[in-house]
Design a binder for this molecule. Sequence first.
Ligand code: OGA
Ligand code: NI
Length: 324
Amino acid sequence: MAETVLSTGIRYETLPENYVRPPSDRPRLSEVVSEHIPLIDLGRSDTLQIIHEIGKACESHGFFQKMARIAKEFFDMPLEEKMRFYSDDPSKKMRLSTSFNVKKEKVHNWRDYLRLHCYPLEEFVHEWPSPPSAFKDVVSTYCTEVRQLGFKLLELISESLGLERDYMEKVLGKQGQHMAINYYPPCPEPELTYGLPGHTDPNTITILLQDQHVAGLQVQRNGKWVAVDPHPNALVVNIGDQLQALSNGRYKSVWHRAVVNSNKERISIASFLCPANDAVIGPANPLTKEVSPAIYRNFTYDEYYKKFWSRNLDEEHCLELFRR
Ligand code: OGA
Ligand code: NI
C-alpha cells in the first residue's frame, strides 16, 4: 500500500481491492439489530459531586462540539499538511496513520486516524499539530476532563466488584492516556469492508465521543451486532481487556466494530486509559476464591501491549493468550 491516507479530499468511486473482505467476513449490515443501551445521566447523579460537575461541564461549554469540530478541522487540512505526521510505526507517540496496522494486515480498513499520547500532557502537547490553531488548546482541555471522568469510573467499577474504591488506581500505577481521532470517509462499498473490524480494546477503559450525527459503532451482544446510535451529549464507555483480566472475567471487554457508509464521513474520538507499562495485571486477589480461581496469569501491561500490536486486529481475543 502506498504511504498515504484515505482522507485526500478525493472521493473514491470504487472500493480498492485490498479493502474487500472475503464473503465470510463482511458486516452483513441488514442483520444488525437495535437494542436498548443503558444511558447514565451524569448531570443528575448528585450523590457523586465530581461526576455531577463533569456532567455539567460537558453540557455547558459545548465541550464535545469543540472537540469534534477541531478533529474535523484536522482531517480537512490539505494532504501535504497532514502527511508530515504520517507513520506506520505503532511505537510513535504521535502519528497520523490509516487502517489499523498497515504493515501487518492483509486487508485494510476504511479509516484514517491521528493517534496521540496525552499524559503527562506537558511531555507531548508541544509536538501536536498546529494548525489547526486551536488544536492543542481544545484537545488538552478535553483530555484533562476525560481523564478525571475515567478515574471516577474506575473507582465506581472497583466498588461494583466489591473491591476497595482505590483498588484499580493502585494496581494500574501511573496510568497512561492515548487518544485516537478516527476519520471514516464515505465509502463506495460499505457492505464489503469495515472502518474497524470486530475487536476489543487492549487497555483498561475507553471513553468514546461518537459522531453526533452519523452512526457506525456496533457492539456484539449474544452473538448479534447491535448498533450504538449517536446520542446527543453522550459518551460511550467501553470496558477493555485489562478490566476483564482484573475482574477475573466477570466484566467482559466488549467486542465492537465500526462500519462505514456511502454518503457521509464519520468522526469518532476514542480516549484510552492504559495501565502503567510496569503495572502487573491479573485477577484481583479478593475475586479469586476457590469457587472462581484465577483464569488469567499475571502479566505486565508492557508485555500485553507488545503482543497486541504484533498481531492483526481481527484475530482471536488477545487476552486468550494470557489464560492460565
Ligand atoms: C477504537 C474504536 C470505534 C468508533 O478506536 O478503538 O473502537 O466508533 N472506535 O470509531
Ligand atoms: Ni475499539
